[in-house]
Design a protein. Structure first.
Lengths: 30, 663
């Protein structure tokens, strides 16, 4: 059960990571 | 029959949707002036359009209906695939691969994934081989999506499957051939938005239906403790991982070699096969070459991660939770047409097919049937069935298991008819309007009647049955648009990738005639579409290989392309010979494993039986190996090959490498 909960949390965290990374680097790279 | 629920409003909405898609395709055509426009959308696409296009291309009907149905069978352990889809498919892909792919694509003036590899390694062979792999295998993957989309349209609108196939493929062909990648990406953005809204609504309504988040998941945990048809392969409930281990396990009837199979299916085939394979998908990698700078990739991530979370996360969660609905909430109202499978003799029982595999019901020693009452290629559950007419057209359209017989009684549904006492005879209700509580798991509820009169549990029907039974009627229309969008956005990119591979990567490289990329690609797209349509026309029911085509194609791309792709992007020391060797090893090992070792594909292809005297795998006597996905074997071998061969051979010239890795 723990491993399924872990997958659930990792899904949410990785989506959050994408959002945060996108915001932090919003103007970088041009 | 659902066909009758599609009225004028639904038809008008779908026609408007198709017209908007047509307009966006035309807009793409108007803005296409050069080969760069046609092949990589002019390299100036808006980051949000790029992210939605990437996501909508990635997520097809296979992900929503196919894998959503698999979650209905096996539960939330599929969320590991969602995690890999987001972390590998978006974060790793955009942060680490996207930038170098975009940059090298520009420097080498590459317009397709095979062209990028070919120019990096200065090898015609690499480009042509990659182009051929895409051209030969992607139509199979496209056919899987096309069959799913057309079967759904045919059942929704009550039209002929072949008519749906013709209309659907002509419409997609029109805007892909005319509008190029700009047309594809504009339509993808709209389709991705529709998919996003559809899945959000599906999640919210599902939690309302099952009584809230905590209540729904608590019930799912409790219900998962009951005996289940998949218990023998390691199922431990929809909220738990399957049993992990390797080898046979002692059971009451002797050693059980399949006790850990489910873990290996969920992790090796579903999670790793698709989760890692995404990195080397040609139609996705080319998206990185459509933006003008690294900044656009950073901004695209804002949409990409959330989009994939909502798509696959919702499909897998709803698939799992559908068990709570089917087991505890569902009521089926209709006229009881007949009760079948009644009797004391096995020959009188109904046998509902639960698994299909060539030779599954045959004894290896003499080829006779293990169970004489069912076909040679199936495993079935003995039961008594109720057949209801729920649409008042006189035909039985809903088939439910009333009770199971023998050892199957514990794992089969025990349907209840309102007004019938426990142990009562359901035949007394024939011809009357009844209310039935199916009390079935999602898998045992998704029963279809095949053309040959047999009944079968179909994973692919779990999500459509759930939508039809549980969701409000208006959602059927939104879900129809969601599935149309999911199928069209994936198909358009598949056709575009097939067209560019046969046109630019194979034809131009083989003949040496350059400079007519748009015309040649258009012909290539047409050839790709015709191929996919022929496969779909010949296999209207899908067939096992078609059903597995998504995982097969993702795994094949990972093993054949990924080491050469990553080696080419990050390591100057990776050589042409190393790349060629790894592509051949990855492709060959995957092909060998699918044809001779992995039971599900090998038995469907049928070659292994000829070599082994009827066995479904050359490792049929070894536990677990026959369900291990080729990616676990082929990808490590392919990586080893690229490293060892590159170290033994000479790298490209310094001038060429300076051009590739130009800062």
């Amino acid at each position: 059960d723990f491993y399924v909960l872990l997958a659930y949390l990792l899904c949410l965290l990785s989506a959050l990571l994408c959002v945060v990374y996108g915001l932090i680097n919003w103007n970088r790279g041009e | 029959m659902l066909a009758q629920s599609v009225g004028l409003v639904e038809i008008i909405v779908v026609v408007i949707y198709m017209m908007v898609i047509g307009y966006l395709g035309w807009l793409g055509y108007r803005r296409t002036r050069t080969a760069t426009d046609y092949l990589v959308a002019g390299r100036k696409v808006h980051p949000f359009v790029m992210a939605l296009s990437y996501g909508a291309t990635f997520i097809s009907t296979s992900a929503i209906v196919g894998f959503g149905g698999v979650a209905g069978m096996f539960g939330m352990s599929l969320l590991w695939l969602t995690f890999l889809n987001i972390f590998v498919g978006i974060f790793i892909a955009f942060v680490f691969l996207g930038g170098p792919t975009r940059k090298m694509g520009h420097h080498l003036d590459a317009h397709t994934f095979p062209e990028l590899l070919g120019r990096r390694y200065q090898s015609k062979f690499v480009q042509i081989f990659s182009g051929l792999v895409i051209f030969l295998f992607m139509p199979l993957y496209a056919a899987a999506v096309l069959i799913g989309g057309c079967a759904f349209i045919a059942s929704q609108f009550g039209i002929d499957y072949n008519t749906a196939l013709l209309v659907f493929s002509v419409l997609i062909a029109a805007y892909v051939i005319v509008g190029g990648l700009k047309g594809v990406m504009y339509t993808d953005a709209l389709q991705g938005s529709i998919m996003f809204v559809g899945m959000i609504v599906l999640l919210v309504f599902t939690y309302v239906i099952v009584g809230g988040v905590v209540e729904g998941h608590s019930q799912m945990v409790e219900l998962g403790k009951d005996p289940n048809i998949f218990g023998g392969i390691g199922f431990q409930g929809w909220a738990s991982m399957p049993k992990f281990g390797w080898g046979a396990v002692e059971a009451a009837k002797g050693p059980n070699p399949d006790a850990y199979n489910l873990w290996w299916i969920v992790i090796s085939t579903i999670t790793l096969g698709v989760g890692i394979g995404v990195l080397a998908q040609p139609q996705l990698a080319v998206r990185f070459m459509t933006v003008k700078s690294r900044r656009e990739l950073n901004r695209a991530m804002l949409v990409g991660g959330v989009f994939i979370l909502i798509m696959t996360g919702v499909a897998f969660t709803v698939g799992s939770l559908s068990n709570v609905y089917f087991l505890t909430k569902e009521k089926v109202e209709g006229k009881l047409v007949s009760v079948t499978g009644v009797g004391a003799e096995k020959s009188e029982w109904d046998w509902v097919i639960a698994k299909k595999e060539r030779g599954l019901n045959l004894k290896p020693e003499d080829g006779s049937k293990k169970n004489p009452f069912i076909g040679p290629d199936v495993k079935a559950v003995p039961c008594q069935m109720l057949h209801l007419d729920t649409s008042s057209d006189g035909n039985a359209d809903t088939h439910l298991i009333f009770k199971g017989y023998g050892g199957a009684a514990a794992i089969t549904p025990k349907a209840e008819i309102e007004g019938l006492a426990k142990g009562g005879d359901p035949k007394t209700f024939i011809g009357r309007e009844v209310v039935v509580h199916p009390r079935a798991t999602a898998y045992m509820r998704a029963i279809v009647k095949n053309a040959d009169g047999t009944y079968e549990c179909k994973t692919s029907r779990i999500i459509p049955y759930y939508i039809r039974s549980a969701m409000p009627k208006w959602f059927g229309l939104l879900f129809l648009l969601t599935l149309l969008a999911a199928a069209m956005s994936t198909l358009s990119s598949q056709f575009h990738a097939v067209g560019t591979s046969i046109g630019r990567d194979v034809y131009e490289q083989v003949t040496g005639r350059h400079g007519r990329s748009i015309g040649v690609t258009r012909i290539g797209i047409l050839v790709g579409i015709v191929l996919a349509v022929i496969i779909s026309y010949l296999n209207p029911g899908g067939g096992y290989i078609i059903a597995r085509a998504t995982a097969i194609f993702f795994g094949l791309c990972a093993s054949a392309f990924l080491p050469a792709f990553i080696g080419g992007l990050f390591f100057k020391r990776t050589t042409r010979t190393g790349a060629i060797a790894s592509m051949i090893v990855g492709f060959s090992v995957t092909a060998f494993w699918l044809v001779f070792v992995k039971t599900s594909e090998a038995s469907a292809l049928g070659l292994v039986q000829k070599f082994t005297g009827g066995k479904s795998s050359i490792l049929a006597d070894s536990p677990n190996w026959p369900v291990v996905d080729p990616i676990l074997i082929a990808l490590p071998l392919s990586i080893l090959t690229v490293i060892i061969v590159s170290l033994m051979t000479k790298p490209s010239s310094k001038e060429h490498l300076a051009d590739c890795f130009h800062k």
